[in-house]
Design a protein around this ligand. Structure first.
Ligand SMILES: [Zn+2]
Length: 287
């Protein structure tokens, strides 16, 4: 099983357990200038681990959308001091998972609204046909190997006997890597950064996990949401429209067909928007 440890549930739970044991009360407040290098490294490792744990708590609705985050309460719960927790929250703020407001402190952001989802899709349709066209114009043997390996890993994931959540996480991770790879093959670092900064797939994963955590208005709506997400990952050898569309895009890029690659990427993002806009609307009204 190939899983990004960042978003793997069991991994995060393991970290949570370990964090409790390795926390060194008081050590985080020491001045950076006098702190030994080893202490500094272990502190940054601790901050990374706390970041992963809190991120997982937000994604899995342990911390609910718009819930206020009490730093003292959460640091006590995790068995860590507030300083690395604050560092972790600052990182989560840059990903749009928490927001800091004066006097109120940190709050988990709401789930994507329909408007935000549409804006993200519009942003992607502005830059990604360009990245696909530029990637097709300049791809070399190394780029072909990278894109081929990424698709093979996605196909292997589909063949594995995974539970829904694990399959879905693995597919969103592939999806994020695939689009980032196209951007990097286009050779413009600023475009890669702009794409990464919107954290589209992170928020998309949060929506999926929300669909399992919130109660929807009625069974019919819940069934509709479940079906739309199911079509996205379709594990165990079944078709996944995402992997099919990525394969077509990759073939055009590898063949150097820029116009075709740009058209397919545009269609891919628009088909995703059409499929999921009603899902986002259902989830926005479901809690
Ligand atoms: Zn995609």
């Amino acid at each position: 099983m190939r899983l990004d440890p960042v978003t793997s549930g069991p991994r995060a739970r393991a970290i949570l357990g370990r964090t409790g044991r390795t926390a060194a009360p008081g050590s985080a407040g020491e001045s950076m200038s006098t702190e030994p290098v080893v202490a500094r490294i272990s502190r940054s490792v601790l901050s990374d681990e706390i970041y992963l744990v809190v991120r997982e708590m937000i994604l899995s609705h342990d911390i609910e959308p718009e819930q206020r985050i009490n730093i003292d309460g959460l640091s006590a719960r995790l068995g860590v001091s507030p300083t690395p927790l604050r560092e972790a929250l600052a990182r989560l703020e840059s990903e749009g998972l928490v927001v800091k407001t004066p006097l109120r402190g940190y709050t988990a952001t709401p789930l994507l609204s329909v408007r935000e989802f549409v804006e993200l899709s519009q942003f992607r349709t502005l830059i990604e046909p360009w990245t696909a066209r530029a990637a097709a114009a300049s791809i070399d043997a190394d780029g072909i190997a990278q894109i081929t390996a990424e698709l093979e890993s996605a196909r292997r994931t589909l063949e594995e006997d995974l539970d829904d959540v694990t399959a879905y996480r693995a597919l969103t991770e592939h999806d994020a890597r695939f689009h980032t790879l196209l951007a990097s093959l286009a050779g413009n670092g600023l475009v890669v950064q702009a794409f990464e900064r919107i954290h589209f797939h992170l928020h998309f994963l949060r929506l999926y996990l929300a669909s399992r955590a919130v109660s929807l208005h009625d069974d019919e709506q819940a069934e509709f949401v479940h079906q739309r997400f199911g079509e996205y990952y379709r594990a165990r050898g079944q078709r996944s429209w995402v992997v099919e569309e990525h394969s077509a895009i990759a073939a055009a890029v590898i063949a150097g067909q820029g116009d075709e690659a740009a058209r397919l990427v545009q269609e891919h993002i628009e088909s995703s928007r059409r499929r999921f806009e009603p899902v986002v609307a259902a989830l926005a009204g479901g809690h």
